[in-house]
Design a binder for this molecule. Structure first.
Ligand code: HEM
Length: 408
């Protein structure tokens, strides 16, 4: 069955902790949807199919008949795009398909496997403890985003890549622009180029240093892949840039929002302190409920594919709405409630299929370690503003908070 009509959707209603990000529609809007696979008009004027059921999202994301390349005709752009040059696109494997994607991703898989992440847990712990020491020394009140949620994942990814954290203001501000759907396309493009020039300079310094003992990821890739002719410098620049941006912004938002959600109900932080062994399951429910990748995952069909009883034609755009798939009553017992005891591990917040988040073991470890340490060190932690008044960030493609005022 195909449908020609397209509903205008408020794709970015103000995000809220309870209604969730993206198109988590109210009851009436949900009823007005033309089934679980619905044709919509995007704010850019493009049309796309919204895919909202858990099973359909999985089917779509592992189907080889969809492309993640946003330069392809029909790709459902969520904001106007200023095209990037061939050089500026190199290495950004999140937007590549097939063998080109697999070749670059494979060079990183061992780095982010669970057992590799176990080795860096002491680094995460030290980073978390140092941030909490500084927070305690500065005394209340504090902005938990600025003092904890943002620096912890930024410091960890900087350390892994070999990027100087002292330069965080530069790359954090530009990463934020990349994710801001309201930023003018020319500005996005200019800041991508600035970031690339910055990372290229780091890579070139590693090449010149020829330091065979340096153990950061960029140095290792220079040594093992660039010098051996398996990887181009522009490709390495794009890969490192992707890791730098993807590696801090999403996790930072998860730490900030999770803290707010836990603080909103008395006893939740105490429970985490008393039963830290439950933290991994709690983290899964936080990932499910908050679904921070607010815009869902866009793709374009490269062949005719049937999804959820609808025929998606080659050249048509689709959006896998992770936040709705994460609230599918077929899969989750209490989909619209935050339930720390819910079996949430089937959530799709890290995506699915070949592009499934490569950093998920790292993100899980960071979230678990950060939240447990926070609960232990600050038993009296509370929000300094009414939780409902803490504004969520509405212009980013990643759901989050700009600040979280706390006291203790
Ligand atoms: C809670 C934190 C995180 C969330 C919710 C998240 C979410 C996602 C999602 C949904 C995708 C799939 C994109 C797609 O299919 O189009 C993805 C891909 C990716 N993520 Fe994450 N991510 C997180 C943390 C991280 C971290 C810490 C890193 C750094 C190591 C990272 C690096 C990547 C990379 C490189 C990709 C592209 C993978 C590919 O295309 O093969 N992410 N992430």
């Amino acid at each position: 069955m195909t449908a020609t009509a397209a509903t205008d959707l408020p794709l970015w209603p103000p995000a809220s902790l309870d209604h969730g990000p993206f198109v988590l529609l109210d009851e009436e809007q949900r009823r007005s949807l033309d089934g679980p696979v619905t044709r919509v008009r995007l704010p850019t004027g493009n049309r796309a199919w919204l895919v909202t059921r858990h099973a359909d999202v999985r089917h779509l994301l592992r189907h080889p008949g969809f492309s993640a390349d946003l330069e392809r005709p029909g790709f459902p752009l969520l904001r106007p795009l200023s095209p990037l040059s061939e050089e500026d696109r190199q290495g950004g494997f999140i937007r590549m398909d097939g063998d080109a994607h697999a070749r670059l991703r494979r060079m990183l898989t061992a780095e982010f496997m669970i057992k590799s992440v176990r080795r860096i847990e002491p680094l995460i712990e030290r980073t978390v403890d140092a941030a909490l020491d500084d927070l305690a020394a500065a005394g209340p009140p504090a902005d938990l985003v600025e003092a904890f949620a943002l620096p912890v994942p930024s410091m960890v990814i900087c350390h892994l890549l070999g990027v100087p954290y002292a330069e965080h203001a530069f790359f954090q501000a530009r990463s934020r622009t990349l994710l801001d759907r309201t930023a003018p396309p020319q500005r996005v493009r200019a800041e991508v180029r600035q970031l690339r020039a910055y990372v290229r300079d780091l890579v070139e310094r590693r090449q010149a240093a020829a330091d065979d003992d340096a153990d950061d990821l960029i140095s290792r890739l220079v040594r093992d892949r660039v010098r051996t002719g398996q990887l181009g410098v522009d490709e390495l620049v794009g890969m490192a840039l992707l890791l730098l941006v993807a590696g801090h912004e999403t996790t930072a938002n998860m730490i900030g929002l999770s803290t707010l959600l836990l603080l909103r109900e008395p006893g939740r932080l105490d429970a985490l302190r008393e039963e830290p062994e439950r933290a991994p399951a709690l983290v899964e429910e936080l990932l499910r409920y908050l679904s921070v990748v607010r815009t869902g995952l866009p793709r374009v069909a490269t062949e005719d594919v049937e999804i959820g009883g609808r025929l998606i034609r080659a050249g048509e755009g689709v959006i896998a709405v992770l936040s709705l798939a994460n609230r599918d009553p077929e899969v989750f017992a209490t989909p619209d409630e935050f339930d720390p005891y819910q079996q949430a591990h089937q959530h799709l917040s890290f995506g699915f299929g070949v592009h499934q988040c490569i950093g998920q073991p790292l993100a899980r470890a960071e979230l678990r370690i950060a939240l447990v340490a926070l609960a232990r060190r600050f038993p009296g932690l509370r929000t300094a503003a009414t939780p409902e008044r803490v504004p969520t960030r509405d212009t980013s493609v990643v759901f989050g908070l700009d600040s979280l005022p706390v006291t203790w």
